[in-house]
Design a protein around this ligand. Structure first.
Ligand code: ZN
Length: 152
């Protein structure tokens, strides 16, 4: 038995899954990408895009020329619906506005909390279509983290 690789396939949109927050079926905002397990099959057939295969390279042994690499879903993607995403984003921006002055003045004291905030911010991809003032605040906090020797 050959151990097959686990791979990500970002070109595949993936199935609708339950929103992590409200449970509605969605694939609006992908938070964690699905993982697929590669396996080998010796025949070809029609299949849906998600499981489409590639052939083993021609440089492989002759006896393997008919082997096809296929994919089975290993870990489902994690998604949040747009409504919940907007709601969480609004809360994050509110939290940012409430704390930004303190964070910028006393970054070293609040380092753990700032890093957790930025980690969640990045996880949800909130950096899209920001109001200019929010973008400036985020940039200021990233710069402050860099000043403290912390990669964001
Ligand atoms: Zn939702």
């Amino acid at each position: 038995m050959v151990t097959m690789r686990i791979v990500e396939r970002p070109e595949i949109k993936g199935r609708h899954v339950q929103c992590i927050s409200c449970g509605v079926n969605t694939r609006s905002h992908v938070l964690e990408i699905a993982e697929y397990e590669e396996y080998e099959e010796v025949w070809e057939d029609d299949e849906i895009e998600e499981y489409q295969a590639r052939k083993k390279g021609s440089q492989e042994e002759d006896e393997e020329e008919n082997i096809v690499i296929r994919y089975r879903l290993h870990t489902e993607q994690t998604c949040i619906c747009h409504t919940c995403w907007l709601d969480k984003k609004a809360k994050a921006v509110k939290f940012l506005n409430k704390n930004k002055a303190t964070w910028l003045e006393e970054g070293a004291i609040h380092l753990t909390r700032i890093k957790k905030f930025m980690s969640s911010w990045n996880y949800y991809h909130f950096g899209q279509e920001l109001e200019e003032s929010t973008q400036e605040d985020i940039d200021a906090i990233k710069n402050a983290l860099l000043g403290l020797g912390e990669e964001e």
